[in-house]
Design a protein around this ligand. Structure first.
Ligand code: CUA
Length: 323
C-alpha cells in the first residue's frame, strides 16, 4: 500500500467518484434545479403581487371585486405541474433503471457483505478471502471496467450499507439477499456508515472502502491469502488466545481458532481501524480494546475476558504479528 492510499477522501453525496453514486447525484442536481426554478418563480410572483397590489391609503374602504373561475389559469396550473412531474418521474425511472438493471461485466469483483451487530464481514468467494470492516476494491479503468458487485446479507437485524461517494444505500435484511454495485474511478479511502438503526452501537458501525489501483489490490489479495502472521512468533500470547473464549468467536487461520461470530483476525494488522472504525488499529488501542471492549464501544457484544495484565500484554504482542 502506497502512502497516498492512507488519505481519507472527504466529501459526500455531491462529489461522487463511482457510477451509481454519480447517476444519483446527477438526478439530485437536476431535481434541485427544477424545484429551485419553481421556488424562484412562485416566490417572484408572490412578492410582485404583495407589493403591486398592496392596500393603499387612497383605496376605497370596501372589498375589491371577487373573480371566480378562469379556464385559462386553471388549465395552466394543472398542465404545467403535471408536465414537470412527468419529466421528473421519467428521469427518476431512467436513473433507477441504470442503477438496478446494470449488467455485470466479465471481470467484476464479487463480495458477499454480511452485516453483524456491529461490524461488517466481507467475503470474496472467488478470491477465497475474508476480512472485516474495510472493503478493498480495485480502481476501475473506463476502458476495461472492473466494478465490484456486492451481495448483501444480514446475520441478525436489518442494517444498511452506505458509502455516499460510491453508491446509494442498500439495506441488509435477514433472510433476504440484496445486491448493489460500485464502479470507482478515483483511488482513495471512502468512508461509510451503517444507515439503518440496528441497536446500541449502530453509530459505530463504520465502513472504509479502500479503492486502489489494480496492482495494489492484487498485492493485498495475495497477502490476505497467506497464512497468519509470523509462524516464528508463537509463545505465550498465542496460548492465551487459544486457551480463552476468543476462539469461539474469532478465526485465525493456522491456529485452532475457527469462530465465525466475530471478525476473522488472520490479517488483523492489515486493517487501519479496529472495532468497525471505533479507533485506529494500534498496539495501545488493542490493549484497551481487548482488555475491556465496552470502554471503547459501550454495548459491544465482545465480552471483557478479565485477563491478567501479563496475559493481556502477551496476547496483544502476539496479535500485532497478525499482519
Ligand atoms: Cu448496522 Cu446500523
Amino acid at each position: 500500500m502506497g502512502a497516498a492510499n492512507h488519505q481519507i477522501a472527504r466529501g459526500a453525496v455531491f462529489s461522487p467518484v463511482s457510477a451509481p453514486a454519480s447517476s444519483i447525484a446527477t438526478l439530485a442536481w437536476f431535481t434541485l434545479a427544477v424545484t429551485a426554478g419553481i421556488f424562484l418563480i412562485v416566490l417572484g410572483l408572490l412578492l410582485y403581487s404583495v407589493v403591486r397590489f398592496r392596500a393603499r391609503a387612497t383605496d376605497e374602504p370596501r372589498e375589491p371585486a371577487q373573480l371566480y373561475g378562469s379556464n385559462h389559469i386553471e388549465f395552466a396550473w394543472t398542465a404545467i405541474p403535471a408536465l414537470i412531474v412527468f419529466v421528473l418521474v421519467l428521469t427518476t425511472i431512467r436513473t433507477i433503471y441504470d442503477v438496478q438493471a446494470a449488467r455485470e461485466p466479465p471481470g467484476a469483483i464479487h463480495v458477499r457483505v454480511i452485516g453483524h451487530q456491529w461490524w461488517w464481514e466481507f467475503q470474496y468467494p472467488d478470491l477465497k478471502i475474508v476480512t472485516a470492516n474495510e472493503l478493498h476494491v480495485p480502481l476501475s479503468d473506463p476502458a476495461h471496467p472492473t466494478p465490484t458487485w456486492l451481495q448483501l446479507e444480514s446475520a441478525d437485524v436489518a442494517h444498511s450499507f452506505w458509502v455516499p461517494r460510491l453508491a446509494g444505500k442498500t439495506d441488509l435484511i435477514p433472510n433476504r439477499i440484496n445486491t448493489m454495485w460500485m464502479d470507482p474511478r478515483q483511488a482513495g479511502i471512502y468512508l461509510g456508515q451503517c444507515a439503518e438503526f440496528c441497536g446500541t452501537e449502530h453509530a459505530m458501525m463504520l465502513i472504509r472502502v479502500i479503492v486502489e489501483p489494480r496492482p495494489a489490490f492484487d498485492q493485498w489479495v495475495a497477502a490476505q491469502r497467506l497464512a497468519a502472521g509470523n509462524p516464528k512468533v508463537e509463545g505465550h500470547g498465542k496460548q492465551v488466545f487459544e486457551s480463552n473464549a476468543c476462539v469461539n468467536c474469532h478465526s485465525v487461520r493456522g491456529t485452532s481458532a475457527r469462530g465465525t461470530y466475530g471478525p476473522d483476525l488472520t490479517h488483523l494488522m492489515s486493517r487501519q481501524t479496529l472495532g468497525s472504525g471505533v479507533a485506529l488499529n494500534t498496539l495501545e488501542h488493542l490493549k484497551i480494546w481487548v482488555g475491556d471492549p465496552g470502554r471503547m464501544k459501550p454495548g459491544v457484544l465482545m465480552p471483557a475476558m478479565n485477563l491478567s495484565q501479563n496475559d493481556l500484554d502477551d496476547l496483544v504482542a502476539w496479535m500485532v504479528t497478525l499482519k
